[in-house]
Design a protein around this ligand. Structure first.
Ligand SMILES: O=P(O)(O)OC[C@H](O)CO
Length: 415
């Protein structure tokens, strides 16, 4: 009988189809092992389900966790709940070379000894999605600065585009990446990488001004808020919105769903009051964590599956069909050799942004305890700005205060 491995993921639509295909293709190559790929809802739902299942002793072997949950999973690892990936591979006798992975990706998921804890699978970065047809009709170029975003939104509005500008995952795109892109920390202690004592500082003038500018665009009908995750995707697909900042991983779905206009992706806009040129963006998406408490043959199976999905062929396929970045240098090279970027201009935007400059302490990423809850707080406070109930200053001060309380709670529980 084959070793059975449960793999809980949060990939819906096109992404889910490819994830399930990987499991099926891998299963077809193995006489000893079977991966059961199961969709468990969005990132938060999947993570919550896995934690509840762990408490009940009914947990899967592999769980996909978004980057926001990294500190929480690491803390769970300190309590013995996690089987670190470097150890999993070692115990399964699989030669695993972390240097094959892109530094911008892997540095997010290593411990202080540089050991890889979870497997990078779907890493993304936010990009500026644009409706080329609508921009051409309004007579404007793809904006490169925030002033140009504003001007383009005005031109689009005048040309009948209802909510010219929008975005999703607002903490990730408008605070975390906005800060990294301009080489500004959003918290002390190297954005949490250097210690649990980290405190948020994203109520600084630069971020306050940025959020206030978007609020004013909203009042002028230039920005239309559409929800916390990917909810505003529909606005872009149906043409109501022509400039949309969200994950590079919308590419696969857009290719299928957008038929009546030309779309593209470009680098995130720069705030020229803060920097002449961008620093680098930071990743999002998710990694695969392995949970303790199962049998060795099943773990060997999980390790073989990890090896399989990391191979250049699978990685290049995943990257080219989803918009997630290639997580290994070999997959990036393969995509280049295959002529993918030449044939599909803009599809290397996320990876170029991530590797634009050597990451600094302010731009290498963020690692915060209780960050799933902190993201909810930030969402609530920003929504109060978009609805006109709070100024950017009031909302960001409140978000920092409430966020810091959650950080202290995490620090106390884990030190
Ligand atoms: O849509 P994804 O998978 O790129 O994830 C976006 C954000 O990073 C989630 O926190």
């Amino acid at each position: 009988e084959k070793a059975q491995v449960q793999f809980w993921h949060a990939m819906g639509g096109t992404l889910g189809e490819i994830t399930d295909k990987f499991a099926a293709d891998f299963n077809a190559t193995s006489d000893t092992c079977e991966i059961n790929s199961i969709y468990k809802g969005n990132y938060t739902e999947n993570m919550t389900a896995a934690i509840a299942a762990f408490r009940a002793g009914q947990h899967p072997h592999i769980v996909q966790v978004f980057e926001v949950g990294t500190a929480t999973m690491m803390a769970a690892g300190d309590q013995g709940a996690i089987y670190p990936v470097y150890k999993l591979m070692e115990d399964a006798g699989i030669d695993f070379d972390p240097s094959a992975y892109l530094p911008a990706v892997i540095s997010y998921y290593t411990d202080t000894d540089n050991n890889l804890l979870s497997l990078p699978f779907n890493s993304s970065s936010p990009v500026l999605w644009y409706n080329k047809t609508a921009l051409d009709a309004a007579g404007v170029d793809v904006p490169e600065t925030w002033d140009e975003v504003h001007a383009a939104a005005e031109a689009l509005k005048a040309n009948g585009v209802e909510k010219p500008f929008s975005f999703g995952w607002q903490s990730w795109t408008q605070i975390e990446n906005f800060s990294a892109w301009h080489d500004m920390p959003m918290a002390t202690e190297e954005n949490g990488f250097a210690g649990l004592g980290t405190e948020f500082t994203f109520n600084n003038e630069a971020v306050v001004n940025h959020i206030q500018r978007i609020a004013e665009m909203g009042q002028d009908g230039l920005f239309g808020y559409g929800g916390r995750r990917g909810d505003s995707r529909a606005q872009f697909v149906n043409g109501e919105t022509a400039l949309w900042i969200n994950s590079s991983a919308y590419y696969g779905g857009f290719k299928q769903d957008i038929t009546d206009f030309e779309f593209g992706q470009a680098m995130l806009p720069v705030d020229t009051d803060l920097a002449d040129a961008p620093q680098n963006s930071i990743i999002g998406g998710a990694t695969l964590w392995v949970l303790q408490g199962h049998e060795q043959p099943e773990y060997t199976c999980a390790a073989e599956f990890f090896q399989y999905v990391s191979e250049p062929e699978q990685q290049a396929y995943w990257h080219q069909n989803t918009g997630y970045v290639p997580i290994t240098t070999a997959a990036y090279e393969l995509s280049r050799e295959q002529g993918f970027y030449e044939e599909n201009p803009g599809t290397d935007t996320a990876i170029k942004q991530l590797s634009l400059n050597t990451p600094t302490p302010a731009s290498k990423g963020v690692r915060f305890g209780n960050f799933v809850q902190v993201r909810d707080v930030i969402n609530e406070e920003l929504e109060a700005v978009w609805s006109g109930d709070k100024t950017a200053r009031e909302a960001l001060d409140a978000a920092v205060e409430r966020g810091n309380a959650l950080l202290r709670k995490f620090e106390n529980a884990n030190s």
